[in-house]
Design a protein around this ligand. Sequence first.
Ligand code: ZN
Ligand code: ZN
Length: 556
Amino acid sequence: MHNYEIGEYFALLAKLMDIHGENEFKTKSYSNAAFTLDKLTEPVSDMSPSQLYAIRGIGEAIGKKIEEIIATKSLSILDAYLQKTPPGILEMLKIKGLGPKKIVTIWKELEIESIGELLYACEENRLIKYKGFGEKTQKNIQESLEFYLHHQGNYLYEQVENLALTLQQNLNETFPNHQHIISGHFKRQMEWLGFLDVVTTLPATNLTNWLTDKMFKIEKKEEYFSCKGEDNFEIRWHLTNPDTFFWKDFTLSCDPAFLSAWELLPNFKLHPFQSEAAIFEQVGVHFIPAAQREQPKIIQNASKKTLPAAINPTDIKGIIHSHSTWSDGIHTIEQMALAAKQKGYEYLIISDHSKSAFYANGLQADRILAQHKEIDALNKKLAPFVIFKSIESDILNDGSLDYPEEVLASFDIVIASVHSNLKMTEEKAMMRLLNAISNPYTSILGHPTGRLLLSRKGYPVDHEAIIESCAEHNVVIELNAHPRRLDMDWRYIQAAVENDVLISINPDAHAIAGFDDCKYGVLVAQKAGLTKASNLSSFSLSEMMEFIEFQQAKRG
Ligand SMILES: [Zn+2]
Ligand SMILES: [Zn+2]
């Protein structure tokens, strides 16, 4: 065993002890030991105990621990600290710029326990409110995190979107006489993916030459060529010919259960298909977009009639759920409103954080009054564009909202969201959510599970019970369109629509650029076949005014 390998045990031990707030004196002796081992030229594994114990900065106590490491390849005191440290906190130690002190603040004060949550907090500007985190530090941490996550193998749809579109364009331009399509999970508009599938009619030699030129490492697998670029993201190349191209693309762009059901259709017979449409014509089924090739039951629906048109990005008529400089946003209400107006939206619903969200500069009652004055003045200036008064009210531990009724009554719309104590049982989560939904001031339930894709699972909930309760109390369920949230999960949208519950695709924008996230919400909503009629943010201004009147009547 090399000295530096042994040293790493002590370095990690010292860091963990720091994180757990142990006596600095004890911690220091271990970090010193790591330092000494690193500098020592003679291997300690060759030394006798007396030689080892005599080294300055080692001594008998640490010497015995070194013997334990050499004999067992582990250190019991370190194992004990590892046991009581969440895996996400350990992972943070791998991030450049994050030492034990900062990690303690992140863990204990921001209550963040994973890399993904931490990145999201950077995007929301939450770190800068804490001691030791300036704007520059936050930016550096964000960059290190993005770098780290980029190498983890799985990517959000939004992170690979550009790569996929550029690749498609490059292939079309370089090899115009061949067919190519980005298929698989990307074509299905999945919320995240581990690799990209490309179907092409390009011969193997042309493809491998082209990829080698571009410095890709290529590996031949049984069914495809796998290649990885510098960023380590995998692209799988499925080689076909014009007769097999469309069928290959079809098999990759549907859920396995959907595909099995398809192959059992009475008229199905595998033969060369010359287009995607031909695959549908053969079995007499109306076209089903790749995004909707999920549950087999949609095949029955599409065999009877054309599927209703799913929502499109241009069907979003207003921005619902948007933060401003009044809480943790980057832009003022006026800047946000002007940008929304310019992008062709008819209204903007400003929902800053409520008072319990102290980390996000949540609004106390007196600041709400001042904000409403500002909105009134802007509305005079920007008509016919309308800014509605709203709040993203924290759902407190007992499920109550964050303000007394007279304050809640001053908002056009109340979005109720859980932001604190996310670690809870389903029973506790449901108690909080159902209480909030039944509150007559709640119009929209915000990001219902609190999940962050690829980084935080979200608290456990009973979706059916939430939908039922929202139906009973006329509460809309948000589809938070931030590409890292996409919460509620699209898999429950149909059930909500069948129960006459409206969905609202909301960007939860913390800056003007955030408006564009609506698209990611739309892409997953398409998977569920959501129509614009069932989406609140597709309401025109006059429909929105009616909706607000109806919500206010609920308050009694
Ligand atoms: Zn929120
Ligand atoms: Zn928000």
